[in-house]
Ligand binder design. Structure first.
Ligand SMILES: [Zn+2]
Length: 497
């Protein structure tokens, strides 16, 4: 059977979080406005006689993204008018960039894990340019008119176009996730897909094995508003086109959307002839020139990026790949982790914590990825909302590492700390959770348990291993979860034999 190979390219629009809009000093409300048309002025509503002034910060943000994505930064760049008429674009044109974008020829390297095996794949970035966002049309239900909200009109919008290097839904999703991570690290955008800060479009075509890469007809999928949907829509579209081609039919060039309820891509419109936007240089904004020193300075001031941080966390803290990935996946979580590590190191140096640094750091990471993450997910919160100070978190981990409380008690303490921001030592005292390492006390409890559970003792002696686990559970419960599990096991074995 003929094998069809998917060729996927993406176009990604990202709203930048500057203070003001792209070409005027109206506030960039980032869609958080509670009223329509509050952050507007004569410029962004396209009044006659107004002149645009380019937002320097927005241009800098795009260049930072370019540098982070290994692009060449143009030394000469300009704005162009993209002419088209639509009610959400009040000037009758959008200021964009045509033949001299700010950044070109970049790439991103993805790490893709397929059944235990990790492969790396490079996705080329053709260009990144700067433009302005449009207003929003609102269609009230049942009304015979539409309304327009210009709050978003003129918000700085970065457009990124990839090379057709992507081959699966998973790669498309990983690419978008990587971009979001990088933009958040750079603090140039929240890149939240659900909120429309980051919007992804996908172009997909299939070609026969051995044929030219771009010989197939492409369909475009728009309005993909989550990572999950990007992956599902791409995989679905690959299947749909494969079936068409296998039947000997032709793929139609069209724009599609994703129908979440049915889990399929649906036609939005058949592609008419290519738009002629009559691009021409924007006469109201002079071309831009960037000196080498300016670009070098931007490069020098880039923050540590996700890949570099991930590598450093593996080497410096000896974290597992999984833990390093989760922790460096969120810049704020990574920062919190590093604060915890430095607090823990102080406690070790001062002798407050007896365990060695490697053990404490590993435990801190494990608890962050499993326990803390669990509370974050449950409460729909991020690390920024967490009341637990790095110092208190380090204290809890130190107490746990030193065996002063056991793991189930630590989870109770963490839950209380999460809710109240309280001090771990105080919580342990109030809740009386300190681990019982007193062997006399534990022996007394074990004796009681053995008397009450003679049958299990017999079962164990007869070779039933699970009976020992049962007795262990009974003892831990009798000790109200405070017993040192290692000691309990030892006493149990000794007494039974
Ligand atoms: Zn304005």
């Amino acid at each position: 059977m003929t094998k069809y190979i998917p060729v996927i390219g993406m176009e990604i629009h990202v709203e930048l979080k500057t203070k003001s809009k792209m070409f005027c000093d109206s506030k960039n409300g980032l869609g958080l406005e509670t009223e329509p048309n509050v952050n507007i002025c004569p410029v962004c509503t396209g009044q006659p006689g107004t002149l645009p002034v380019a937002n320097k910060k927005a241009i800098e943000f795009v260049q930072m993204a370019g540098l982070a994505l290994n692009c060449e930064i143009a030394r000469v760049s300009k704005f162009d008018r993209k002419n088209y008429f639509y009610p959400d674009i009040p000037k009758g044109y959008q200021i964009s960039q045509y033949d001299q974008p700010l950044c070109e020829h970049g790439h991103v390297v993805l790490e893709i894990i397929n059944n235990q095996e990790t492969i790396t794949k490079q996705i080329g970035i053709t260009r990144i340019h700067m433009e302005e966002d449009t207003g929003k049309l609102v269609h009230p239900k049942g009304a015979d008119h539409s309304l327009i909200d210009f709050n978003r009109a003129g918000v700085p919008l970065m457009e990124l176009v990839t090379e057709p290097d992507i081959e699966t839904g998973k790669e498309a999703r990983l690419f978008c996730q990587k971009l979001q991570q990088i933009f958040r690290y750079l603090e140039i955008s929240e890149a939240d897909m659900e909120k429309g800060h980051m919007r992804c479009e996908v172009n997909i075509s299939l070609h026969k094995e051995g044929e030219e890469k771009l010989s197939g007809t492409k369909a475009e999928i728009k309005n993909l508003n989550s990572f999950r949907v990007v992956e599902k829509a791409v995989d679905y579209e690959i299947l749909r086109q494969t079936e068409i081609l296998e039947k000997g039919e032709k793929v139609i060039q069209e724009t599609m959307g994703w129908d979440e309820a049915r889990g399929i891509t649906v036609t939005q419109r058949k592609k008419e002839s290519a738009h002629d936007y009559r691009y021409f240089p924007e006469p109201d904004i002079p071309p831009m020139r960037f000196m080498d020193e300016y670009v070098e300075n931007l490069q020098r001031h880039l923050p540590e990026l996700p890949d570099a941080k991930y590598k450093r966390f593996l080497e410096e803290y000896r974290l597992s790949k999984e833990n390093a990935e989760v922790i460096t996946g969120d810049k704020d979580l990574a920062e919190y982790f590093e604060n915890v590590v430095s607090e823990a190191q102080e406690k070790i140096q001062s002798g407050e914590v007896k365990s060695d640094a490697e053990k404490v750091i590993k435990l801190a990471a494990n608890y962050m990825v499993s326990e803390l993450q669990k509370h974050l997910v449950k409460n729909y919160q991020t690390i920024k909302d967490v009341k637990i100070t790095a110092e208190n978190y380090a204290e809890l981990i130190g107490i746990l590492a030193d065996g002063k409380i056991n793991s189930s008690a630590a989870q109770v303490v963490l839950e209380e700390m999460y809710a109240t921001g309280g001090d771990p030592s105080q919580i342990i005292e109030t809740k009386n959770l300190a681990q019982t390492n007193d062997s006399g006390e534990l022996e007394r409890i074990v004796d009681e348990v053995l008397v009450k559970n003679q049958q299990s003792v017999e079962d164990f002696k007869a070779g039933k291993q699970s009976a020992l686990q049962f007795l262990m559970g009974q003892t831990m419960a009798a000790a109200k979860g405070k017993a040192n599990p290692g000691m309990v096991m030892e006493i149990l074995r000794k007494k039974i034999n």
